[in-house]
Design a protein around this ligand. Structure first.
Ligand code: PEP
Ligand code: MG
Length: 316
């Protein structure tokens, strides 16, 4: 019965008092689209384009192959928003032809946007393919870069998008604490932010996301992580721009309410989590989400933050 009730609710994401929070899907390619549509995603908040590059470790896929894959995803959301992330190679997603083999700390090395700026041809092909794929489609295309550290990174990415003649919004992922601390400065160059809470937790706590022994520090309920989310969302609000979350944090229904209370403007997650997040958000007002967010930030540990938010949202 619970399942039936959940699948019946496929409207747009909103709090019980009507504050809209678009609920978007994370996809890895065209094969993930049917589940996203089925779950009522209002668009795509994170299209991880790495999948296209996995077939061949020696070179990038051709422009034609990329146009085809991007178009299939863009066509699925005619009126919606699709946020495409350019290639995020390195660290947990190594690619032979882009990733240096001899780095002592790959997560702190040339990865994400850094490797694209070292291989501008790969970035150019990707952006040109996106420009072609979106031609004639009514979809709202947004393009973002992973691992933006500062304003110079954001500018380099925005310049590359303009040079490719891309008609889309350009954004920066906030995955490095420096980007959250100086979000205002990054927003001089780009039109939106998207918080990658998986990497943001990794870099905030100096805790490798692939090392199970430090997973306690990867908990997205950590108050320090919530502080960085709040800083980013406040900067975006001050600039009249959007700030979404596309990391795992958005898939936890209770945390989704807290993120909303912190000022996050959209939530993107694996399709399977969408009905649960939608249903939980619809049970609480924006003011309750804000109180839960304040209670979570006042805590001293992830466990206390979760318990404090739960107490507020269940009306204890
Ligand atoms: C993140 O880091 O939170 C994110 C969404 O990107 P990925 O998990 O692909 O690194
Ligand atoms: Mg990331």
């Amino acid at each position: 019965a619970r399942k039936a009730a959940l699948s019946a609710s496929t409207g747009p994401g909103a709090t019980s008092d009507g504050h809209k929070v678009p609920l978007l899907a994370n996809v890895g390619g065209p094969s993930d689209v049917p589940a996203a549509v089925e779950a009522g995603a209002e668009g795509v908040g994170l299209f991880r384009t790495e999948f296209l590059f996995l077939d061949d470790s020696k070179s990038a896929p051709s422009e034609e192959k990329q146009v085809e894959a991007y178009r299939q995803v863009l066509e699925a959301f005619p009126e919606g928003r699709v946020v495409v992330r350019v290639l995020d190679a390195g660290a947990d997603k190594p690619l032979d032809f882009l990733t240096p083999a001899d780095e002592p700390n790959p997560a702190l090395g040339v990865r994400g946007l850094r490797s694209l700026l070292e291989h501008p041809d790969v970035l150019r092909t990707q952006l040109t393919a996106l420009a072609k794929a979106v031609e004639g489609l009514p979809v709202h295309l947004e393009v973002m870069a992973p691992m933006v550290a500062d304003r110079a990174d954001a500018k380099a990415f925005a310049d590359a998008c303009r040079e490719a003649g891309l008609s889309a919004k350009f954004g920066a992922m906030v995955e490095i604490p420096s980007a959250a601390l100086r979000a205002r400065s990054i927003l001089r160059e780009v039109e939106f932010l998207s918080l990658g809470t998986n990497d943001l937790a990794q870099y905030t706590f100096a805790a490798d996301r692939q090392v199970g022994a430090v997973s306690r520090l990867q908990d997205p309920w950590q108050p320090a992580l919530l502080d960085l989310v709040a800083l980013s969302a406040e900067a975006a609000r001050a600039e009249g721009k959007s700030c979404g979350v596309c990391g795992e944090a958005a898939a936890d229904p209770l945390l989704a309410c807290v993120l909303t209370g912190l000022g996050v403007t959209s939530l993107s997650m694996g399709a399977a989590s969408l009905p649960y997040v939608r249903a939980t958000l619809a049970k609480h007002t924006l003011a309750q989400c804000e109180r839960a967010a304040a209670a979570a930030r006042a805590a001293d540990s992830a466990e206390e933050a979760r318990a404090a938010a739960q107490a507020v949202l269940s009306g204890e």
